[in-house]
Design a protein. Structure first.
Length: 132
């Protein structure tokens, strides 16, 4: 899940506490489809886009998709996510691009997509990168 840190940052997500915050404002049909596929308990990487371009932490889905209250058309959805953890060492887009095992990720192939799936093997690799 991508957000510009000057709009919504990992620190703001953390301050939202246990009630979490809606992940809204998504206006791309493919990203909305990805939101609809999320289930309560799913973990998601939190990526700071534009400024930083790095994965900075993890959030957890605490409420599955519902109509996005910020969408006047009623076509798009939101999920509610809760802060889980912040990486001590953010994982830069540059380091992700350099890892040949991550070259298939939508983060690289569809860089403008704000919500994208990450397969289990890539999830493990990225988590390990945050510990190096």
């Amino acid at each position: 899940m991508k957000s510009e840190p000057d709009v919504w940052s990992i620190d703001q997500q953390k301050k939202a506490g246990i009630k979490g915050a809606p992940w809204d404002g998504v206006r791309n049909y493919q990203a909305a489809k990805n939101l609809k596929s999320m289930r309560k308990g799913d973990l998601c990487f939190f990526y700071h886009s534009n400024i930083g371009k790095e994965i900075v932490g993890i959030v957890k889905v605490i409420k599955e998709f519902y109509i996005d209250k910020t969408d006047k058309t009623g076509r798009f959805v939101a999920v509610t996510v809760q802060f889980k953890s912040k990486f001590l060492k953010p994982i830069t887009l540059e380091s992700i691009k350099k890892n040949k095992y991550l070259s298939h990720l939508a983060l690289i192939k569809q860089s403008r997509l704000s919500v994208m799936p990450v397969d289990y093997k890539s999830w493990k690799i990225i988590n390990n990168m945050s510990r190096i």
